[in-house]
Each structure stands twice: as structure tokens, then as C-alpha cells.
Design a protein around this ligand. Sequence first.
Ligand SMILES: Cc1cc2nc3c(=O)[nH]c(=O)nc-3n(C[C@H](O)[C@H](O)[C@H](O)COP(=O)(O)OP(=O)(O)OC[C@H]3O[C@@H](n4cnc5c(N)ncnc54)[C@H](O)[C@@H]3O)c2cc1C
Length: 400
Amino acid sequence: MGHVIVVGGGQAGASCVAKLRQLGSTDEITVIGAEAVPPYQRPPLSKSYLLGEMERERLFLRPEQYYADQGITLLLGEAASHIDRSAQTVTVGDRQLTYTTLVLATGSSARRLPDSVGGGLSNVHVVRDLGDVDAMAPACLPGKRALIVGGGYIGLEAAAVAAKVGMKVTLVEMADRILQRVAAPETSDYFRAIHRANGVSIREGIGLSGLVGNRAVTGANLTDGSHVECDLVIVGIGISPNVDLARQAGLTVDNGIATDVYGTTSDPNIYAAGDCASFPWQKGRMRLESVQNAIDQAETVAANIIGPRLPYVPKPWFWSDQYDIKLQIAGLNTGYDRVVVREGDGRSHWYYAGPTLLAVDAMNDPRAYMVGKRLIEANRSPDPAEIADGKSDLRAMLKA
Ligand SMILES: Cc1cc2nc3c(=O)[nH]c(=O)nc-3n(C[C@H](O)[C@H](O)[C@H](O)COP(=O)(O)OP(=O)(O)OC[C@H]3O[C@@H](n4cnc5c(N)ncnc54)[C@H](O)[C@@H]3O)c2cc1C
């Protein structure tokens, strides 16, 4: 009997071990998780859980009993510190566990502000782990002032929550516009307007010179020379894949732990999946930071551990909740040269490269999302003029 060890008890780790058992694996299975809690979902951390509208118990992907019932050992609360590839062992604390197959599902870490700009002051938070949110939630109180650093999805979701609880919210984004890295100007404009309508001060093209405060943060100096007073700072400036363990083990790292299309790293006995892994994509490599990617990639790895080798084919989708807007994104917009705006049931932005549909951002428009996703997966591109006509029948385009 083999021993599959999964390092990382997040979405990818949990999906991998569940799939292994579902596919009939009789191997011994161990999950090593640095966090002291069983695998849980992160998306609510910057949404309903931060808002206090979701109970902690509902975050967990499965009840703890599930793992016991499935003969899956959870070693929680301590990080794996070393991999010896020739002995095929992983070190946790003072124990060395021997694997036949190792899966790295180490996820990613939120980038923090350095101490030199006040990142070490109290009441300066990131939103990555349950512990982060439990630490900041008590400070999210009506009338208090929140400064959000970074206008990506995490920053915008945190801003929406803070505004909803009645905080006075300022968001600074160093780039020219919010969501610049991930979305078209049309989508940035849409969300800027929503946030402003909810009283959030969105300040773009402005960076942080430094946070101010003795022990706790009291304000921030900005690059335009202005000063903002605040009681709480939430930093959403991106993430870095957790690759140290892999690097130290001599595995190839290239914007994440480099895998082939089957999820295998440069060592045939070691796989990687989720936020920490990069895989071949078009002429380069791709690393995705989404729940869907973590699940699908991890399940592909599980299948490849026990059966015929299946390539990982990403079907990217993502979502974000801000106020009463549900944004759903299908596809990847990389390389787009045109955005077609559709005012249908809700609003949607369709990204094209020449005649080819790449991606759709759908705001409160599940039909546009669903149709766009299916068209993209089928490599089909509707006529942009038809898309722009908000009265055209989207479903009919699926049949055409
Ligand atoms: C606040 C927030 C909101 C999000 N919202 C969305 C959303 O709306 N939609 C969406 O699709 N995605 C969203 N995401 C992204 C999504 O949650 C991640 O892409 C997904 O969790 C990745 O899963 P993972 O298993 O690869 O990594 P993770 O979930 O990060 O899990 C990795 C785990 O490995 C552990 N670990 C790391 N190193 C070691 C080690 N050496 N030993 C043991 N354990 C280790 C970490 O502690 C962590 O628990 C959000 C993420 C955050 C933080």
C-alpha cells in the first residue's frame, strides 16, 4: 500500500484527498495543514463571514468526521518544514513521514506591507486566513474609519463590507484604476460607481507613503501629499504562491511550482495543485488563484495518481460579491483588444481578441455568464453586434 501525503489543508488539498477516496484509492492518506482547523472555504472571508452573516461552522468544506470516516489523517497546526526527495520523506515538527506520492497544495500568502511603511502597526490586517478575519472583525464597527490599500477584488470586497457595517471607508489604488490587473476599464468604471454610490472614497493613481501611529495605526500619508485618518487598515495588494518548500527541495519553480499538464512537478513522485502551482498554458505558463482552479486541478492530480494520465484543462471562472452585485467571470481575458458592453437582464462585458470571444464579466446577469461560459468552453464566438443588442436572445446563440 502506498502513502499519499498532501502538504496543505486548503481547498486544493481537501479536493485532492476526497477525489482519491471517491476514485477508490486504498492508499494511506495524510494531509499536513499548517492552520489548526480542517479545510475551509476562503471566499466568504472577505464577504459574508467578515460581515458577520455566515457562521464559522459553515466555512468548513466537510465535517471533521468525514476525514476520519474516509481514513484520511489530518495533521493540523504545524507546517511541513522539509522534503527529502531521495528518502521520500516530509518533516513535520520532529517527525519524518515517508511518502510514495507527495502533493504540494501549499496555496499562497497575502503580501503584507513592510514594517518600514508601518505594516507592523496593530490594526493593520490582511485577508487570507480565518485567523486574519477573526482578528479584524471586532474592529469593523459603525462610525470607525477604514483604509483599504489595494483595489483588486479582495480590497473591493472588504471595502463593501466595511461600508455596509457603517464604517467611513477610503480605498487607495496605486494603479490608474481599480481592477486594472484583472479587468477592462468598463468593469472598473462600473465598480467605482457602485462603491462611490455607497459612500466609499475611491482614490486611484495614489499610493501609500507610510502608515502613521505609535502602536496602533491612526492614519496614512499618501503619495499625493494628503493624509487620511483611520482606525483600521485592510491590505489587499496581492498574493505570492507558497513555493519555499518546493524550492528548497530543488523542484522547478516558475511563477509557482512548475507542473506539466498532468500536475506533475519536476519530480515524478511529486504533484502540485491550486494557487501554488503553475501549469503550461498557450506558449507560456499560467497560475490561477481561484476556487475552481484549486478543485479541478487537485481532482485531476488525484485521478493521475491512481489512473490513466489526464491533462488538466482549465475552465476558468471566478466570482465576486460587492453590495448587492454578484460579478461572475467566465474565461480569461488575457490578450483582449475589444470589449462589448451588453445591457440585458443585468450588465455584461464581453472580451474579444479579433473575432474570438475570450471572457465575460457578468454583473447580476447569470444568463450572460452561463451562456458566455458555455460558448467559451465550446470555442464559439457570437457576433459582437448581437451581443451588444441587449434584446437579442442569448440562449439561442448556444443552439446556433
Ligand atoms: C479573502 C479571499 C476571498 C476569495 N474569494 C474568492 C472568490 O470569490 N472566488 C474564487 O474563485 N476564489 C476566491 N479566493 C481565492 C481562493 O480562495 C483560492 O484560490 C483557493 O483557496 C486556493 O486553494 P489552495 O488550496 O490552493 O490554497 P489555500 O486555500 O491557500 O490553502 C493552502 C493551505 O496550505 C497551508 N500550507 C502552506 N504551506 C504549508 C506547509 N509547509 N505545511 C503545511 N501546510 C501548509 C496553508 O496554511 C493553507 O491552509 C479568495 C481568497 C481569499 C483569501
